[in-house]
Design a protein around this ligand. Structure first.
Ligand SMILES: Cc1cc2nc3c(=O)[nH]c(=O)nc-3n(C[C@H](O)[C@H](O)[C@H](O)COP(=O)(O)O)c2cc1C
Ligand SMILES: CC(C)CC(=O)C(=O)O
Length: 365
């Protein structure tokens, strides 16, 4: 059986230049983290509850003052115009139409203001968050923050899993290190001291620290989320620092290949945070039931990266809408089958590990 998402990926593969397909699909090193993200979900199962459901479920979630129609949002992925001429605009319209939140990034091939406009043309109260990497020069970081604020973004997502860029062997093989003529990392244009900008202006900052994060937080009133947290001690530090939210992520297996599957890292992070701030997760979410598992293990919402790229490459805005609607329908269906009325009804006691009898000490949770 081919799942609808898998079918879209195969269509995307046919429509994309092989180097661009591999850039989207690939991960670091042996792609262990990439593969484990999906396999770890497949190793988990839900124990449904009975006789306590509702005629209609409420799948909405509240996140930092925004509301999403479902606990599935769009994670930041670079260079959408490699996939489709409408690029980030198509993703913005589809995400707004699906009622959920888009995270656009500093590596977008469409400027953040145009992304927000596209989302709001579809739904006037659509929420767009902005993802950035702390830049070696604070003035560059600050200029990016101002761009996001001016555009109307409602949260900042600071990616902290990339002190250096991951080693992606597929990209090495193809020699894919730059964008084709006509495409650029539009948010990186005309920043202080970066020259004309574009992809090469995106810097990783191996020496960035909690001090740099404090400086960023002092620049803005927007909520700040840290993306790429895997160690529970970092989660505790982040809460102590006053960070607004965390995203448990291994960057879709594109950075540290030795990183664990995100859903396996989630329970310890959720325990460390103990409900004080929202914890999100991304990596390997391919079904509404994956989202349900992550919520049961303590996430408030999940993000999807590649599924959106497959929808975009296969069928533009319509393809992205198809992906998000499918995940919404599947999540609602899973919730109904589990006797849930709202996401809060998915709880950790409902998660067991396949292949081990439940209740025999077999579950690590
Ligand atoms: C092609 C591609 C580009 C990405 N670009 C970024 C980026 O610019 N910034 C970032 O924080 N994460 C980036 N990510 C990571 C995603 O935000 C997300 O963590 C990951 O894709 C989730 O895993 P999934 O693809 O299995 O859903 C990228 C991922 C992919 C596949
Ligand atoms: C341009 C890069 C920073 C985008 C990225 O994070 C990725 O390819 O995983």
């Amino acid at each position: 059986m081919t799942s609808p998402l898998r079918a879209l990926r195969l269509r995307a593969r046919r429509s994309l230049d092989p180097a661009h397909y591999d850039y989207y699909a690939g991960g670091a090193g042996d792609e262990r983290a990439l593969g484990e993200n999906e396999r770890a979900f497949a190793r988990l199962a839900l124990l449904p509850r009975i006789l306590r459901g509702a005629e209609r479920r409420d799948t909405t979630v509240a996140l930092f003052g925004d509301r999403a129609a479902m606990p599935v949002i769009v994670s930041p992925t670079a260079f959408h115009r490699l996939a489709h001429p409408q690029g980030e605009r198509a993703v913005a319209r589809a995400t707004a139409a699906a009622g959920t939140i888009l995270t656009t990034g500093m590596a977008a091939t469409t400027p953040v203001a145009a992304v927000v406009d596209a989302a709001r043309s579809e739904r006037p109260d659509a929420a767009v968050w902005f993802q950035l990497y702390l830049q070696p020069e604070p003035e560059v970081t600050e200029a990016l923050v101002r761009r996001a604020e001016k555009a109307g973004c409602s949260a900042l997502v600071v990616t902290v899993d990339s002190p250096v860029f991951g080693r992606r062997e597929r990209d090495e093989r193809h020699g894919f290190h730059d964008l084709p003529a006509g495409l650029a990392a539009e948010n990186m244009r005309d920043l202080p001291g970066t020259g004309p900008g574009g992809l090469r202006a995106i810097a990783m900052s191996p020496a960035s620290s909690w001090d740099d994060l404090r400086r960023l937080r002092s620049m803005t009133a927007l909520p700040v989320l840290l993306k790429g947290v895997l160690h529970p001690e970092d989660a505790r530090l982040a809460v102590a620092e006053g960070v607004d939210g965390l995203i448990v992520s291994n960057h879709g297996g594109r950075q540290l290949d030795a990183a664990p599957a995100t859903v396996e890292a989630l329970p310890r992070i959720a325990d460390a945070v103990a409900g004080r701030i929202p914890v999100l997760l991304d990596g390997g979410v391919r079904r509404g039931s994956d989202a349900a598992l992550a919520l049961a293990l303590g996430a408030t919402a999940v993000g999807v990266g590649r599924p959106v790229l497959w929808g975009l490459a296969a069928d533009g805005e319509k393809g992205v809408r198809q992906v998000l609607d499918l995940l919404h329908t599947e999540f609602d269906h899973t919730l109904a089958l589990c006797g849930g009325r709202s996401p809060a009804d998915l709880t950790r006691d409902m998660v067991v590990t396949r292949g081990r009898p439940a209740g025999t000490g077999g579950s690590p949770w």
